[in-house]
Design a protein around this ligand. Structure first.
Ligand SMILES: Nc1nc2c(c(=O)[nH]1)N[C@H]1C(S)=C(S)[C@@H](COP(=O)(O)O)O[C@H]1N2
Ligand SMILES: [Mo]
Length: 377
C-alpha cells in the first residue's frame, strides 16, 4: 500500500523531473551550441555557397544555413604548419559524415575527397584518412565565428597535417574508383630534366631553373591518357599527396637551388607547392629523383653516398616486379638484364649530375645517362 502510494506520487512529479533535466541539460549545453544559436552567430557569413560535386547526378550548392541545420560537434585539434608553427583550433561544426548521411553515404564510400577554396587552394584527402579520421566542417572556432579569411567553412581533420585544414571552403568533390595504377616505367628525373627546355625562375633571392611539368609528361609519359585524374607525389620528408592532373600539368618542377625538385607554380597558393620530391606517379609512369633519394637515403651519417641499390628504387616506387628489366639511356642505348644478374646493381649520380647504372659484380655492365627502367614480363 505504502509502496503503491510512493509510485503514484513519483509518477506525479516525473514530468517535472524530466523538465528540470531538460532545462539543466540545455544550460550545460552552452559549449555544444544548438542549431538556433549557431544560426544567429553565423548570420554575418551572408549567403556564401559551397558546391557539392560527385554526390548526385548534377553538381549542387549548399549554404551555411544548410550546414547549421546539421548536428554540430566541438573538438580541439592541433597541427603543424610547414614552418613548424603550431595551429590550434577548437572547432565547431557538423561532421562531413553527418552531411553525407542525408544522402545515404559515408566518407568511407569514397576513394578520394577533394576540398577547394576561394583562394584556389585545393587538396585531395586520400582513402586511408577518410577511413580513419573525423572530418569537421568547422563553422566556428573557440565558440566564435571564424576569422574573415577562414569563412565560410574551415575543414578540420584532427590528427592530420595542417595542409588538409582547408580554409575558405567553396567546393567539395567526391570521387570513387580512383586507385593508383601499377608503375610500368621509371623515368629518372635527373636525366629527363637535362633533355627538356629549362627556364629561369625567381625563387626568393635566387634565380633557379625550372622545367614545365607539361613538357616532362608530354615527352616521357602519356599526356593524352584521360584516365589520369590525379597525380601522386611523394617527398623526401615523407609527405605524400595527390594533385589534380590539371593543376599538376599547369605547374613547374624547379630543378636547381634549394628544396629541389620542387613542384611549384606562380598561379597556385604556396601551400600547394611540394618540395624535395622523391617521386611522382603519373598514370603508369613514375618519375624518380635520384638526387633526392641520395639525400634521404644517405642516413644520419652525413656523408652523402653517390649511389643507391637498384632494388631499393623498385621497392620505394612499388613498381611491377619482373624477372627482367630494360634499361635505356638518353641516347637510346639499351641493356636488358635478369633480376638474378642484378643482386648488386646500383644507380649512381656523379658530380656533373650524370646518372649511371652499374649491374654490379660479376660483369659490371654499365649504362650512362640512364633515362628509363621498364619491367619486362
Ligand atoms: N584556403 C586555404 N586553406 C589552406 C591553405 C591555403 O593556402 N588556402 N594552406 C594550407 C596549408 S598548406 C597549411 S600548413 C595551413 C596553414 O594554416 P594557416 O592558414 O592557419 O596558416 O592551412 C592550410 N589551408
Ligand atoms: Mo602547409
Amino acid at each position: 500500500m505504502r509502496m503503491k502510494m510512493f509510485i503514484k506520487s513519483y509518477a506525479k512529479i516525473m514530468p517535472v523531473l524530466v523538465l528540470l533535466a531538460l532545462l539543466f541539460g540545455a544550460g550545460c549545453g552552452s559549449s555544444a551550441l544548438g542549431p538556433e544559436e549557431l544560426k544567429n552567430k553565423l548570420a554575418a557569413y551572408g549567403d556564401e555557397k559551397i558546391v557539392i560535386s560527385g554526390l548526385e547526378d548534377q553538381d549542387f550548392e549548399i549554404s551555411v544555413a544548410d550546414l547549421t541545420d546539421l548536428e554540430p560537434v566541438t573538438k580541439s585539434a592541433v597541427s603543424n604548419r610547414a614552418n613548424g608553427e603550431q595551429v590550434k583550433v577548437k572547432a565547431t561544426g557538423p561532421l562531413l559524415d553527418t552531411f553525407l548521411k542525408k544522402y545515404g553515404k559515408s566518407q568511407k564510400d569514397f576513394s578520394l575527397i577533394r576540398f577547394s577554396a576561394k583562394d584556389q587552394y585545393s587538396i585531395a584527402v586520400p582513402a586511408d584518412i577518410l577511413a580513419n579520421r573525423d572530418i569537421i566542417l568547422a563553422l566556428m572556432n573557440e565558440g566564435e565565428p571564424l576569422a574573415q579569411e577562414d569563412r565560410p567553412v574551415h575543414v578540420i581533420i584532427p590528427g592530420e597535417r595542417a595542409m588538409y585544414w582547408v580554409r575558405m571552403l567553396n567546393r567539395i568533390e567526391f570521387a570513387t574508383g580512383e586507385t593508383a595504377q601499377l608503375c610500368q616505367k621509371i623515368i629518372f628525373l635527373d636525366t629527363a630534366a637535362k633533355n627538356l627546355p629549362q627556364e629561369d625562375y625567381q625563387y626568393y633571392e635566387s634565380m633557379d631553373k625550372v622545367i614545365k611539368t607539361r613538357d616532362l609528361i608530354g615527352k616521357y609519359a602519356d599526356i593524352n591518357d584521360s584516365t589520369v585524374k590525379s597525380v601522386f607525389m611523394a617527398a623526401g620528408d615523407g609527405l605524400k599527396k595527390n594533385e589534380s592532373a590539371a593543376n599538376f600539368l599547369a605547374g613547374n618542377l624547379k630543378i636547381t637551388g634549394a628544396d629541389t625538385p620542387r613542384f611549384l607554380s606562380p598561379d597556385l597558393p604556396q601551400g600547394m607547392h611540394v618540395r624535395d620530391l622523391l617521386y611522382v606517379n603519373y598514370g603508369t609512369t613514375a618519375f624518380f629523383s635520384l638526387s633526392q633519394a641520395l639525400k634521404v637515403w644517405s642516413g644520419s651519417t652525413g656523408d652523402q653516398s653517390s649511389e643507391i641499390a637498384f632494388t631499393d628504387i623498385v621497392r620505394e616506387i612499388g613498381s611491377v616486379n619482373a624477372e627482367k628489366y630494360r634499361f635505356t639511356s638518353a641516347d637510346g642505348t639499351r641493356l636488358e638484364l635478369a633480376i638474378t644478374e642484378m643482386a648488386h646493381a646500383s644507380v649512381g649520380l656523379d658530380k656533373d649530375g650524370i646518372v649511371t647504372f652499374d649491374s654490379g659484380a660479376p660483369g659490371h655492365k654499365t649504362l650512362k645517362d640512364l633515362i628509363s627502367v621498364e619491367p619486362l614480363e
